[in-house]
Design a protein around this ligand. Structure first.
Ligand code: SAM
Ligand code: SF4
Length: 326
């Protein structure tokens, strides 16, 4: 069992497969000319498998693959297949651009649920936010994956003045389509131009939806990061991930492994534990994992509080989101 000093048991591992990506979302990958980590410094397939196995033996029962964009990695299909042999619920967060090549692999691996990122329903704005012209492809892939009966959660990072006017367009999408939209509060990471006045918080999101729709709160589970809602009669649902205004650290069960094999005990931790080098040196990584979890802070990596007006992005010591794995 992997437990911290606050009694939180960690049974959910998020593995980043790469810091490479074919989109350039400014809030995630700050620099257009960012240099991706060379493949030799990334965990190789057998290393991912072996490290994942250590976590599974300690009670991890859910693994999410993320990145960067996990599906741009050349051996992504082999990794998905290898991890599907572990006794875990396997899932994936993707930008959706490569999904059409992976549907059979995912089905074969028993992946039933996917998180797909889409911050706008407008092609021009998609180009502005991601610096790439792939809206139609992503939308088509979401439609295709829904046709194949996958459970689809759509991650939409809400940013004031950028896409907050589209909240109810996303709600309208849930009317006839069984898609589960998750509005995410904009979070500060190294170099991502975060300022508190760009954050559109949970209550503001809810107010916008309630101006047009009747809204019913759904029940939360202990480890939920999202406050879930439904509009009566809609095929899909929506939720808000209120990391900034109402963090959910009390029920946190998540551990992160970066693509270069560093364990992070929190999305916002400044500390990292180098499991890959230890593994390559033939060391036992379990004591390192236990030690890292024991040093986990109570809330938000110990770096800031939920009073967003007091948060200054430049005071937070962390990687950019693309190198952590969201
Ligand atoms: N490339 C994949 C994707 O876009 O879904 C997986 C990696 S991405 C880092 C994972 C999630 O983190 C995405 O849903 C993305 O929108 C979210 N994300 C990235 N930067 C963020 C930020 N500054 N605030 C909130 N969410 C962010
Ligand atoms: Fe790439 Fe996902 Fe980051 Fe966008 S959010 S740059 S798609 S890793």
């Amino acid at each position: 069992m992997i437990a911290d000093t606050f009694g939180r048991v960690h049974d959910y591992l998020r593995i980043s497969l790469t810091d490479n990506c074919n989109l350039r979302c400014f809030y995630c990958m700050p620099e257009e000319d960012y240099v991706f980590t060379p493949a030799s410094q990334l965990m190789q397939l057998h290393e991912i498998e072996a490290l994942a196995n250590v976590f599974v033996q300690q009670g991890v029962s859910k693994i999410r693959l993320t990145g960067g964009e996990p599906l741009v990695r050349k051996d992504a299909a082999a990794i998905i297949t290898a991890l599907s042999r572990l006794p875990v619920q396997l899932t994936l967060t993707t930008n959706g651009t490569r999904l059409h090549e992976f549907i059979p692999v995912l089905q074969h691996a028993g992946v039933h649920s996917l998180n797909i990122s889409l911050d706008t329903l407008q092609p021009d704005r998609f180009r502005l936010l991601t610096r790439r012209d792939q809206f139609e492809l992503v939308k088509r892939n979401i439609d295709a994956i829904l046709q194949q009966q996958f459970h689809v959660k759509v991650n939409m990072v809400v940013m004031k003045g950028l896409n907050d006017t589209e909240i109810n367009d996303f709600i309208a999408w849930t009317k006839d389509v069984p898609v589960h939209v998750r509005f995410i509060e904009f979070m500060p990471f190294s170099g991502n131009r975060w300022t508190s006045n760009k954050v559109f918080i949970w209550q503001e999101i809810l107010q916008v939806v309630q101006q047009e729709y009747e809204v019913v709160r759904l029940e939360d589970n202990l480890h939920d990061t999202a406050k879930k809602y439904t509009v009566p009669g809609h095929a899909g649902t929506f939720a808000v991930i209120s990391t900034m205004s109402a963090p959910f650290c009390g029920g946190c069960n998540r551990i992160r492994l970066t693509a270069d094999g560093k364990m992070k005990n929190c999305l916002f931790s400044s500390e990292e534990t180098d499991l890959l080098t230890a593994f390559r040196n033939g060391e036992d990584v379990l004591p390192l994992i236990q030690q890292s979890i024991r040093s986990k802070a109570k809330e938000l990596g110990g770096q800031f509080s939920a009073d967003i007006n007091t948060v200054h992005a430049e005071d937070i010591h962390n990687r950019s989101m693309i190198t952590i794995g969201g």
